[in-house]
Design a protein around this ligand. Structure first.
Ligand code: GDD
Ligand code: MN
Length: 391
């Protein structure tokens, strides 16, 4: 045993390793031992098992074990018993609350996360002067062993959603294996639904310095995964919440004129995209994926592009994320009405200008298109999305 280790006994931990368990009777003692064996020699560490009253008596097994061995030089072990299965994220937070260390490591109990790389994770926090080190499967040198194609695909899709949808830069934001300085959690208001505590940290504290190091994820040998359909729905719920979380800030403090114009430019960008979608979908249905009569294909193109226009304007242009069914349909109805109205106004105006005012067709058309487009924006802004016209 090294000198540092011996001195450490009885002192407060520097590193707290949090290990949530639910039905891990065949893993938990072995992982506790393995963590102890793999800890870097110069740190004082504690393991905190957070068990949710596992029916397979994981909690009892740990209690019994701790009666005999509670402390190995510089390494203490504890357990938190919670009364019922409350989810992985919230288990981790319970562990953090109890943690004495200023560095926290979070890992699974089923040997998917190799304890061998814990020292490297802790070192990396210092070496790269970062706040969060993620053990990553999706960077060079990282790997997954033993997963079905379906599970791999699910993981990839979830990762893609996090990166594209939430703008997360990390390559493996779904990782369950990470180390961080406890103080980065200050000020975060956690929703803690499902599994995705790391993602929540990444989104809510986007300013922290993050480093990823590669590892190989080994599928568990004993017990079974707790990732079920609820966890997947929970994932979508939390992505949605995190998505909304990112938005409201940028709205404030801008001048009305800036807001009016930037929304207008988004509105017309959406309009342009509508042309593209309309064209593409119509072609697609008149030969691409099915061979509809070209007029039917055109109708489909129109309906689809009006719908995408509506959805993009709702979420992107006007930042309205309330999708309650009744409200959404009402808005959709208005949007369609104003679009058709715009077309009628345009037609009427062209006729009037050419016929009554003897203006040339190109000039008349230009004026009519501008009027219709402008009216469309104003009407939808005011009546469909219930905003002030100016602002
Ligand atoms: N206390 C508690 N409560 N622990 C739980 C709960 C819970 O509700 N649900 C799961 N756990 C524990 C398990 O006992 C295990 O130690 C760890 O959390 C991970 O659960 P698994 O069921 O083994 O998850 P997985 O292997 O399918 O998923 C792993 O890989 C994912 C990456 O795709 C986890 O590391 C995920 O966090 C990770 O996102
Ligand atoms: Mn697992």
């Amino acid at each position: 045993m090294s000198e540092a280790r011996r001195i450490a006994i009885g002192e407060n931990a520097q590193v707290s390793i949090i290990i949530p368990t639910y039905n891990e009777s065949n893993n938990i003692i072995r992982i506790l031992k393995s963590i102890g064996e793999n800890l870097p020699k110069n740190v004082i560490a504690e393991a905190i098992v957070v068990d949710d009253n596992s029916p397979d008596s994981t909690g009892k097994i740990v209690d019994d074990y701790l009666k005999n061995v509670k402390k190995i030089a510089g390494y203490t072990m504890n357990i938190i018993h919670r009364t019922s299965k409350n989810g992985l994220s919230s288990a981790i937070l319970s562990g953090v609350q109890r943690a004495k260390g200023d560095t926290i490591v979070v890992m699974d109990s089923d040997f998917s996360h190799p304890p061998q790389i814990i020292p490297k994770m802790i070192e990396s926090l210092k070496k790269y002067q970062c706040d969060l080190v993620i053990a990553s499967r999706y960077i060079r040198g990282g790997k997954i062993n033993g997963w079905t194609l379906k599970r791999k695909l699910m993981s990839k899709i979830a990762t893609l959603i996090a990166k594209k949808g939430l703008g997360v830069k990390t390559n493996d934001p779904m990782s369950g294996f990470f180390a961080f300085k406890k103080n980065i959690l200050k000020g975060i208001n956690f929703d803690a639904i499902g599994y995705k505590i790391l993602l929540e940290i990444l989104v809510k504290k986007s300013e922290i310095a993050v480093k990823e190091i590669p590892y190989t994820f080994e599928n568990r040998r004993f017990g079974s995964s707790k990732l079920d359909r609820t966890i997947v729905t929970d994932y979508f719920k939390s992505v949605w919440k995190l998505y909304k979380f990112g938005k409201p800030k940028e709205k404030e403090e801008k001048r009305n004129s800036v807001r009016f114009l930037s929304k207008a430019s988004r509105f017309y960008t959406v309009g342009l995209s509508g042309f593209g979608i309309n064209y593409f979908i119509s072609l697609l249905f008149s030969g691409g994926i099915s061979d509809l009569w070209y007029l039917h294909a055109t109708i489909i193109g129109i309906v689809v592009s009006i719908t995408t226009n509506f959805l993009l304007n709702k979420t992107w242009t006007f930042g309205d994320r309330d999708f309650s069914t009744k409200k959404t349909f009402k808005q959709y109805g208005k949007f369609v009405t104003f679009s058709s109205l715009g077309a009628l106004v345009q037609l009427a105006m062209v006729f009037y200008l050419v016929d009554e005012y003897q203006l040339s067709y190109p000039v008349s058309l230009g004026l009519a298109v501008l009027t219709a487009a402008f009216g469309n924006y104003i009407l939808n802004k005011k009546f469909t999305f219930k905003e002030k016209v100016w602002g």
